[in-house]
Design a protein around this ligand. Structure first.
Ligand code: HPA
Ligand code: ZN
Length: 326
């Protein structure tokens, strides 16, 4: 039986995408050669074969390690350009893109190099790929709050390019509350606020991200399903969740895609979106994630359309109705 599958073509916004997680093995080797960086893998096949993750941390170790090849503005431009071309081919029309400045600063690459480099590709994205873009600067939650604050300070000259702040990296043991001050400072600068919560960490981290950090959107948020009161709150307040189904399988947040709670979350009335997280590592871009959940979970065309619509509703794009109401 064959039916038309709109997974790729349906216009969608991508709201949970780490630009460093779009580094495909081929580009990694190209940049390694260009910059004289030695990689501990013989070839792209050997690198790809290393993508067998036990959990979030085993992924993060590889993810941070491979960033060694990213050194110049041109490297970040090439990285973003490759992502935007792939995303366009999968129906992405708007992308809110995470980056990890602290991971680059730790290697002597300043935030200006990262933002200006990414910006070169983002500046021509609408005309070249039909994708509008925003950048979200993430703080590493396994680094100190002081480090996050000085990163926000370092970003001051580039705030015209940055729409918001996020919180990522190793979740368990690094609850949101420690970042209260830096989120307050970010809000005072007019930045939007999101945070990873409830990927590996407990539902309490989601509540804390809402109450203490004032986030408008929760990245992952998967484990909210363990707390019915939290689910009721997220539904009532229309708090969007940026789910990443293929990531959840690869990082073992769910046992199998067929067991992903997405259908139950939609049934509960949660404002769910489907995203790719780190597509070079987890086996697919935005459209691939739509297709995978459609097939594994038997989502109807209406549900697919709802997910696509949710992605724009949950975005930081100015919505016409809201603008009119103001
Ligand atoms: N979770 C936490 N940190 C991350 C992720 C993720 O899925 N991807 C890149 N950094
Ligand atoms: Zn993520």
């Amino acid at each position: 039986e064959r039916s038309y599958d709109a997974s790729m073509s349906i216009p969608k916004a991508e709201l949970h995408l780490h630009i460093e997680g779009t580094l495909e093995p081929e580009l990694a080797f190209e940049l390694a050669a260009r910059n004289g960086v030695a990689l501990p893998y013989a070839d792209t096949g050997e690198l790809r074969a290393a993508y067998l993750f036990e959990d979030l941390q085993s992924f993060l170790d590889l993810y941070y390690g491979l960033m060694a090849v990213l050194r110049t503005e041109e490297d970040f431009e090439d990285l973003a350009e490759a992502y935007l071309a792939r995303a366009a081919a999968q129906g992405v029309r708007h992308a809110e893109i995470f980056f990890d400045p602290q991971a680059h600063l730790a290697r002597g690459v300043g935030i200006g190099t990262v933002v200006e480099g990414l910006g070169r590709a983002l500046d021509r994205s609408e005309s070249a790929h039909g994708i509008s873009t925003g950048l979200i600067m993430c703080f590493l939650r396994d680094e100190s709050a002081e480090s996050a604050m000085s990163t926000l300070e370092a970003a001051r000259p580039y705030l015209d390019r940055i729409v918001g702040v996020g919180l990522d990296s190793a979740e368990v043991g690094n609850p949101p509350a420690g970042f209260r001050e830096v989120y307050e400072a970010a809000a005072a600068l007019g930045l939007r606020r999101v945070a990873h919560a409830g990927e590996e960490g407990p539902p309490e981290y989601i509540t804390e991200a809402l109450d203490v950090l004032g986030v408008e959107r929760v990245d992952h948020g998967l484990r909210c399903m363990e707390d019915p009161e939290l689910v009721a709150r997220l539904v009532r307040d229309r708090v969007p969740l940026t789910l990443c189904p293929l990531s959840n399988v690869r990082l073992r947040a769910v046992d199998a895609l067929e067991e992903h709670p997405l259908p139950a979350m939609l049934d509960a009335g949660l404002l769910c979106t489907v995203n790719s997280d780190d597509p070079a590592y987890f086996g697919g871009y935005a459209g691939d994630n739509f297709r995978a959940v459609r097939q594994a979970l038997g989502l109807s065309p209406e549900r697919l359309r709802d997910l696509a619509r949710n992605s724009f509703v949950a975005s930081f794009l100015e919505h016409d109705e809201e603008r009119r109401a103001r």
